[in-house]
Design a protein around this ligand. Structure first.
Ligand SMILES: Cc1ncc(C[n+]2csc(CCOP(=O)(O)OP(=O)(O)O)c2C)c(N)n1
Ligand SMILES: [Mg+2]
Length: 316
């Protein structure tokens, strides 16, 4: 009986109303369009510094965010335009920040990789790989000490699982029973290095479990699947008793390729990569997103990524 009720609940969560579905789509398109504009401005030198795009991964941030309330915390990586917009940071404040203007969300002092918005409890934007994880645990500890019933969602890439901070943070979150939702955006690559080339254990759910944080893997290209999994996870994290049982949870979202733009990559090279990824996606019958998308099927993802970044050709 209970199982049937849980299944009905899961089905209801997976199927949004028309308005909810349109809202999810609108948010993903907002991220996509803002980033397309940002890369255009970056290539003509109006945006300086680094610019890491979230294109292809929109469904992760947009799927997780509805599970969070205004009292909850969000910590993200240097690829955080998506999380910031989905959390409600105005697009104008994000763009102004990239321009380095005083009316940017970090008063123009952070730029693309350091978007902050205290009122929305959006705590970065962290350029250091894995750097957001201890911040998230600290925020959750602060909430626990002040008896605030908030959940902290912490986004990080698969590259962060190679960092000591990943293990230290998950260990303390589990040990101190802190309400943290760890969201790994697993696009299978840390810069040019495939996960299997730097990790002996590539199952990130198992890695989290080894630190006492149970988790689940979800298709990060499917916004409804992410939304349902995030809601289940946040309910479990927030509803767990303060003693006994587990409190922190992890969600590993297989994500599409996010293209990287930085000062050492020529704009035309970026566009060539995007074009070739789109070409490959089309010719494999997988024209799912506009720039560089890949479904979470490991051998295909590796093949395509090998073409996206020529330096990987033949190595995966
Ligand atoms: C501690 C640290 N080491 C190295 C780097 C250089 N670096 C920048 S991005 C990156 C790869 C990160 O990969 P991942 O976490 O999977 O994020 P993705 O770019 O795939 O979203 C590295 C190693 C860094 N920023 N911080
Ligand atoms: Mg990665």
């Amino acid at each position: 009986m209970r199982e049937a009720a849980a299944l009905r609940e899961a089905a209801a969560l997976a199927l949004p109303s028309r308005e909810q579905a349109l809202d999810l789509l609108r948010q993903m398109l907002l991220i996509r369009r803002l980033e397309e504009k940002a890369v255009e401005l970056y290539t003509v030198g109006k945006i300086r510094g680094f610019l890491h795009l979230y294109i292809g991964e929109e469904a992760v941030a947009v799927g997780v965010m509805p599970a969070l309330g205004p009292e909850d915390n969000v910590v993200a990586t240097y690829r955080e335009h998506g999380q910031a917009l989905a959390r409600g940071v105005p697009a104008g404040a994000v763009m102004a920040e990239m321009y380095g203007k005083a009316n940017g969300c970090s008063r123009g002092r952070g730029g693309s990789m350091h978007l902050f918005d205290v009122a929305r409890r959006f705590w970065g934007g962290h350029a250091i790989v894995g750097g957001g994880l201890p911040v998230a645990v600290g925020l959750a500890l602060g909430d626990a000490l002040q008896s605030r019933a908030a959940v902290t969602a912490c986004f990080f890439g698969d590259g962060a699982v190679a960092e000591g901070e990943f293990h230290e943070s998950l260990n303390l979150a589990a040990l101190w029973r802190l309400p943290v939702l760890f969201v790994c955006e697993n696009n299978l690559y840390a810069m040019g290095t495939a996960l299997a080339r730097h990790q002996a254990q590539t199952d990130i759910v198992r890695k989290a479990e080894a630190q006492g944080v149970p988790g689940e893997a979800v298709d990060g290209m499917d916004v409804l699947a992410v939304r349902a999994a995030a809601q289940r996870a946040v309910d479990a994290v927030a509803g767990a008793p303060l003693t006994g049982g587990r409190r922190s949870l992890s969600l590993t979202c297989s994500a599409g390729v996010a293209e990287l733009a930085s000062s050492d990559v020529a704009p035309d090279a970026l566009l060539r990569r995007a074009d070739s990824a789109l070409y490959d996606a089309k010719h494999q019958g997988r024209n799912r997103v506009a720039v560089a998308s890949r479904p979470p099927v490991v051998p295909e993802r590796k093949r395509l990524a090998g073409r996206v970044d020529g330096s990987l050709e033949g190595t995966c």
